[in-house]
Design a protein. Structure first.
Length: 584
């Protein structure tokens, strides 16, 4: 994968899209703000209760007054708990709504980016980034921003009790804010390193599990483990460092807050002795200080959650900006198997040199084209361009007169049968894989595709037949079996045209015969086939040949004519070499 750097305009577009999605929950945010106001107002219950107990109850020694105050306080705390619970539930739904609104968009953009061969950031993970943002919305720390404005109210209440208490609270609050800022600045880089290192180790772990047989057979287990362990240790060290920073600042914040509350009691006691403050106000001031500083302490202690959400937000802005939402396309009728390429030039993602240059050809229904040439000639590039994975930087590829980008991607995919060089099966049953993971597959169509790929009998021989569960590496299936199932998947749903990239690379003679039979059937039904091949056996049923060399179309036409031209060119080159001349 190539890391692509989005432009400033793309980042701004992604930012605008995320903000627009967040605005859809504006009404719910207002409810949270209103509930937070009541919750914070009800937090004054404790200080007011203290003032009344010390002022009215103890002075009058009235048991009835104490009971009435206590019942009222219990009711107010009950209401505060209900409102606090309600705003938490609302924030949970805001986060869920945000994720639900972006799930398809992020999934689609991530798939399109990876299919094109690039990522937007080494640490970008698409759905994980979205989940990190969702978690930062629903975490308790998210409500701290609604509580922070009330810090000023609580500080003002302390000033009402006495100016000295207010100044002490103000200085303490300033110190906590300073600690929060230093925590943010110092923890930013370690957290980013930790997240990236963790992602690297997880990715390598998945690769090792997916290639366990190769690693075991080649005696690579120890070396592979050591490389994974190096990444894992890097991740652990970075995580420990980030955790130490977060824990250190959290402990410092907690200790300072407790000290300030004790200092508030000490200064309050001094003022009581000087007859400048009542005992109730002394205790109430300490409680108010705790409430005033609570949001700041929460921000410091849960900063990693916010920081991971910030990183996720940044990654999403880059992803959504660089991969704009696919525009709606008019539903075109089912096309004929007529493909025309006009001066097509393809530059693979992350490269500057074209691997396919000014290629033009026309293929009619019922024709099969064998694409041949040396390694690196551009055969796989052409295959990716034909199935719209890579877009031409110039020129067009048309299917029944319409350029490929005029079709909805999933609709175009239903018209295409694609067999890549390396076939990967997804987690599910063989039936699911042949049916392209459809949630409601057509069993008759699945069996029809398997029979066309000559895979029906081999599937029935498996323990559970079509219901045999496989994974991304094929489970217990051989390479040839996986290739045959991949061919059946490519032929599912009667595609308009078929693109086979090295289809017989893992096949035995029976499998090669099955491929040629599939090509013959497609031709008889008026469809067209492209076969990228090195082996002559793969192009037996091809009535046309396309010869690529260095990304340039050297010959195209009927099979025998192209073969004769290639042989003539080789004879001419050999003759020039034999006579001592140079080849230009």
């Amino acid at each position: 994968m190539i890391v692509k750097e989005p432009t400033r305009a793309e980042v701004q577009a992604g930012q605008a899209e995320l903000l627009q999605v967040r605005k859809r929950s504006r009404g719910l945010y207002w409810f949270v703000a209103i509930f937070s106001s009541f919750v914070n107002a009800l937090l004054l219950t404790g200080p007011l209760y203290m003032l009344n107990v010390y002022g009215s109850v103890l002075g009058s020694r009235s048991f009835e007054t104490l009971v009435a105050l206590s019942v009222l306080v219990a009711f107010m705390y009950l209401m505060m708990g209900i409102l606090d619970f309600a705003r938490g539930r609302i924030m949970g739904r805001i986060g869920a709504q945000f994720q639900a609104n972006l799930d398809k968009r992020v999934y689609d953009s991530s798939m399109r980016a990876r299919a094109a061969g690039f990522v937007l950031s080494e640490a970008a993970t698409g759905q994980r980034d979205l989940q990190a943002v969702q978690q930062s919305i629903t975490a308790p720390v998210a409500m701290a921003k609604f509580d922070l404005p009330w810090t000023a109210v609580f500080l003002f209440g302390i000033f009402i009790f006495h100016a000295y208490l207010g100044y002490l609270a103000l200085v303490g609050g300033a110190l906590l804010v300073a600690i929060a800022i230093v925590n943010q600045v110092s923890a930013k880089r370690p957290l980013e390193v930790s997240n990236t290192a963790t992602l690297r180790s997880e990715n390598m772990g998945e690769q090792l599990r997916g290639n366990a047989d190769t690693i075991q057979a080649l005696g690579m287990r120890g070396a592979a483990f050591q490389r994974w362990l190096d990444l894992r240790n890097t991740s652990l060290r970075a995580g420990i460092r980030a955790g130490d920073l977060a824990g250190g600042f959290g402990s410092l914040t907690k200790s300072l807050r407790l000290f300030l509350q004790s200092a508030m009691l000490g200064m309050g006691a001094y003022l009581v002795l000087q007859n400048e403050l009542t005992p109730g106000a002394m205790i109430a001031g300490s409680i108010l200080l705790g409430r005033a500083l609570a949001p700041v302490e929460l921000l410091v202690s849960q900063w990693p959650v916010l920081n991971r959400g910030r990183i996720g937000w940044t990654n999403l802005t880059r992803l959504l900006g660089a991969i704009p939402e696919a525009k709606h396309r008019t539903q075109l009728p089912v096309p004929k198997a007529s493909i025309v390429a006009d001066q097509v030039t393809i530059v693979p993602p992350g490269q500057t040199k074209a691997s396919l240059r000014m290629v033009s050809f026309a293929v009619n229904p019922g024709e099969a084209v064998g694409v041949i040439g040396p390694s690196g000639a551009g055969k796989s590039t052409l295959a990716r361009a034909l199935v719209a994975l890579w877009q031409p930087i110039s020129g067009t590829i048309r299917l029944d007169g319409a350029t490929l980008d005029q079709y909805e991607p999933d609709v175009l995919g239903s018209y295409v049968g694609y067999l890549p060089q390396t076939v990967t099966l997804l987690n599910g049953t063989i039936r699911d894989n042949i049916a392209r993971m459809s949630v409601d597959p057509d069993d008759a169509a699945v069996i029809k595709a398997a029979k066309r790929a000559a895979a029906h009998d081999l599937i029935l021989q498996l323990p559970d037949g079509y219901d045999t569960v496989v994974d991304s590496i094929g489970g217990q299936l051989s390479g040839g079996q996986v290739q045959r199932i991949g061919l059946a998947r490519a032929m599912y749903g009667d595609p308009v045209f078929l693109v086979l990239d090295e289809p017989n690379s893992n096949l035995d003679n029976e499998g090669s015969i099955a491929v040629n039979n599939a090509i013959r059937l497609m031709r008889e039904e008026g469809r067209c086939v492209f076969v990228m091949a090195h082996r002559p056996a793969a192009i037996e049923q091809c009535d046309k040949l396309m010869y690529l060399d260095g990304g340039i179309l050297r010959a195209f036409g009927p099979t025998e004519a192209v073969k004769a031209k290639i042989l003539a060119n080789r004879a001419e080159i050999a003759q020039v070499k034999g006579s001592g001349g140079g080849v230009t």
